[in-house]
Design a protein around this ligand. Structure first.
Ligand SMILES: [Zn+2]
Length: 506
């Protein structure tokens, strides 16, 4: 996941051919056949989720035995098969995969960098997803120029010295989510200025302390034509100091592979509703991750949670009025491509998608939910959450989010919610080598699962639908009123929306 904040909106960041088994109606034990008479279902679910379920063991297996799993990798395929097996082992017979195609693939290689003059020392680098490899896969050696904060003015000051050079861009250390937004927010103008200046490559100083590296995607539709990488914070600082004394030369080898279309799969499982099975409440989390770490906070913990929620409903024999659908999307880190594919594939069913809930901020405490611009969701969401008063208090936000798997549901007018989570455990490990199992706050993750279960139950059981589906005109009005349109334009998403390629209309 990835996120950017522009004005009031925020970005998280994160053809269909079928190998699916059609969803089957499983024989589901029912607590009661008396509709709605399950007064303690929410409490039962919350208690179970906070008790000893296999959720954290699942997370450990996903992270340690499968590991980092970029979409298109063998590890991601293994994770998909593993998730199907886990749903089935939980007794969810109705589990299937849905294949789709990703137009452009990018795979990181064995990146290497070395300062070769005035003194030799190794430099830690991690290539930026969707940036070009160095010179067709061979190392590049060039002088380093300090491009400061990467602004067009800073590149302009370098003048002709930038041509053919490796531009070093300095980054403030990440202290808050605003710094993360800032790091993504500068990319469009920075890379435009870098290309304009004719640089050979861009090295971006890591915003994380010491030598910690992470994946920083630099394009979401297509690829960036110049090589780019994150460089360890302390190494960037040393290079910057050396440039004040004379010529500094760096040898850079970023053998990334940019390839053609690849096939990916989402995992979907469901528990058919007892009274209105055609109506669906969907909870999703992305299963894919970057691979320097093992994708624990982003987003293995929430993928394991989605499996655990299905397991708990099944184990307790709780069958709500509406169908519960559990989705593990892939392609999220490439621009929410798995959830986009889901929405396109199920376009005709979107009228029946009563609500979509996403968790994508690791194990941070759930403070409430992002309503994504829909104030009409606040009351029913709070009512559902109130079923277990021990879990709150919650405070929802009307902010609108572009950058995780709710996005194509939002564009389709489906009421959509994102857990508003504390960033503390998530931020220092964002896409980083340190995004590993032991960084996850287990008790908070279990509590988040309890919150998710209570909300899921409430939305799936309520006699009334959460809120109406918005028309395309209403969605467009929302996008403009919240200025999400501007962000979509920056990210190259607006044209797809305007052309009707993204978002299913009713
Ligand atoms: Zn994510």
């Amino acid at each position: 996941m990835l996120k950017i904040n522009i004005g009031r909106s925020m970005l998280f960041l994160g053809l269909i051919c079928s190998t699916n088994l059609l969803p089957q109606t499983g024989a589901m034990p029912q607590l009661t056949d008396n509709a709605g008479s399950l007064p303690n279902a929410a409490e039962l679910l919350a208690a179970r989720e906070q008790g000893p379920t296999p959720m954290l063991d699942d997370l450990r297996e996903l992270c340690d035995s499968i590991g980092g799993r970029p979409t298109g990798s063998k590890a991601c395929d293994r994770a998909v098969d593993w998730a199907v097996a886990r749903f089935r082992a939980a007794g969810i017979e109705s589990t299937w995969t849905e294949a789709y195609t990703i137009p452009t693939s990018w795979t990181g290689g064995a990146d290497q960098a070395e300062c070769v003059a005035p003194v030799r020392f190794p430099i830690r680098v991690a290539s930026a997803p969707f940036s070009a490899p160095t010179r067709g896969g061979h190392a590049l050696e060039a002088p380093v120029v300090n491009a400061g904060d990467g602004s067009p003015e800073a590149f302009a000051r370098l003048g002709v010295r930038a041509r053919g050079a490796i531009a070093l861009v300095m980054t403030p250390e990440m202290k808050s989510e605003a710094d993360l937004f800032g790091e993504y927010g500068r990319d469009a103008t920075m890379f435009a200025a870098a290309q304009n200046a004719g640089v050979a490559a861009v090295l971006m100083q890591s915003s994380q302390p010491r030598v910690l590296l992470y994946r920083h995607p630099v394009a979401f539709s297509g690829t960036l034509p110049i090589p780019a990488a994150i460089v360890a914070r302390v190494h960037a600082a040393r290079l910057a100091r050396l440039t004040e004394r004379g010529e500094v030369r760096v040898r850079l080898d970023l053998p990334s592979l940019v390839g053609g279309p690849i096939e990916a799969r989402n995992v979907v499982a469901e528990i058919r509703g007892r009274e209105r099975p055609q109506e669906i409440v969907l909870i999703g989390a992305h299963l894919d991750s970057w691979e320097l770490g093992t994708g624990a906070e982003d987003n293995g913990v929430n993928a394991a949670m989605v499996i655990d929620l299905a397991r708990s409903f099944k184990a307790l024999g709780i069958v709500p009025r509406r169908t519960l659908r559990f989705a593990l999307f892939t392609g999220e880190e490439q621009g929410m491509l798995g959830s986009e594919a889901y929405v396109l594939r199920h376009a005709k069913e979107m009228n029946n998608h009563v609500a979509m809930i996403t968790f994508d901020t690791g194990s941070g405490h759930t403070l409430g939910f992002y309503l994504n611009g829909r104030e009409d969701l606040r009351r029913p969401v709070d009512q559902a959450l109130a079923a277990d008063p021990d879990l709150g208090p919650f405070e929802d936000s009307d902010e609108i989010i572009d950058g995780t798997d709710n996005f194509d549901f939002l564009l389709s007018g489906v009421p959509n919610l994102i857990a508003r989570q504390d960033f503390a455990p998530y931020l220092p490990n964002y896409h980083a080598e340190s995004d590993v199992y032991e960084m996850v706050n287990g008790p908070e993750a279990k509590k988040n699962a309890a919150t998710a279960a209570v909300l899921l139950w409430g939305l799936a059981e309520s006699p009334k639908r959460l809120a109406p589906r918005q028309s395309r005109a209403e969605v467009e009005q929302l996008l403009r009123a919240t200025r999400l349109d501007e962000q979509m334009k920056t990210l190259g998403q607006w044209d797809e929306w305007a052309a009707g390629k993204r978002g299913a209309s009713n």
